[in-house]
Design a protein around this ligand. Sequence first.
Ligand SMILES: Cc1cc2nc3c(=O)[nH]c(=O)nc-3n(C[C@H](O)[C@H](O)[C@H](O)COP(=O)(O)O)c2cc1C
Length: 373
Amino acid sequence: MHAPQVAALFAPFRLKSLSLKNRIVMAPMTRCFSPQGVPGENVVAYYRRRAAGEVGLILSEGTVIDRPASRNDPGIPFFHGDAALSGWKRVIDAVHASGGKMGPQIWHTGSIVGPNPDWEPPAPVESPSGLIAPGKPRGVAMTDSDIADTIAAFGRAAADARRLGFDTVEIHGAHGYLIDQFFWAGTNHRTDGYGGPLIRHRARFAVEVIRQVRAAVGPDFPVIIRLSQWKQQDYAARLAETHAAMSDWLVPLVEAGADILHCSQRRFWEAEFPEVDGEDGLNFAGWAKKLTGAATISVGSVGLSGDFMKAFGGEASRPVGLDRLIHRLEREEFDLIAVGRAILGDPAWVTKIRNGDAAGLKDFDPAAFAELI
Ligand SMILES: Cc1cc2nc3c(=O)[nH]c(=O)nc-3n(C[C@H](O)[C@H](O)[C@H](O)COP(=O)(O)O)c2cc1C
């Protein structure tokens, strides 16, 4: 049984072939613990602990597709090649054996610089227009054949996710990485069919990735895409300034075959359009659900006093209550909630929430980034 005040978090969820025992998703978090791109037994045990700790759906750290410059750090796992895929097979088998569900987050880092700025991939860094940020060149602009090969590689990764037994797959389309570099006018200056003045023009690359992924996994396998307005390059950047622009961005993604939109915010309780909707207005996941009818995942500072950007700056956070989250879940603003640092720092976080064990909740100490707890 769960504590009565958190009932909304422990309602089951079903979509196509995916059925979850609760609404809590482990947010995708890059950990860089996979030398040569291969997740080993420490990574298997890390995810197994989250499954045993009753996380409803685990999303893996970003794991990269088969392109020579798809990652920006040597500790990021591959999602291609026999060695890495057998590592991931051990992960999903362990998660299933502990009663969990999981999808890999498939990724291409585009032209973003990784945590070790001196490390370079074995081929030129690639992005839509050879820019890391507006006016800041890095690497090369992708040719038509680079684009076609990248879309095909996303499709192969999705097919592998299904073949290995994963329950879903998430495409990383957020935070200023490759797919988001196509969305963003600041980094997409293309004059071919992959660029253009409107967000729906710049969404074409993502649409083709989703179509390829859908074709690879079949109709009944849920496909998630992660999206954000903000970018690491510019936290204040917005792809959609109005409800209409957001619809122009998201509806084509759902029509292409995305089942779940994972809407990344730093703080889940912040209204997406406060200037028109007021401070208690729908958040990003709320608007995405309303405009598309698709299921959505929200995220951002659940259960903790500080946000994750501050954590990267070394700031610790205290546990905080979930009343605001429960309120938004009860009004069915979004379907699922992703939790990052609270679960990174404590594999038993969900069990503690279910039991109402507030005293057992831990502070989040950024020292946790250095190990797989
Ligand atoms: C160490 C770390 C690594 C992250 N790596 C990724 C990633 O690979 N993919 C992604 O979409 N988001 C990534 N994020 C963002 C998280 O998924 C999440 O959106 C963010 O931490 C906010 O949730 P929280 O406040 O509950 O931590 C990362 C966050 C952290 C703390």
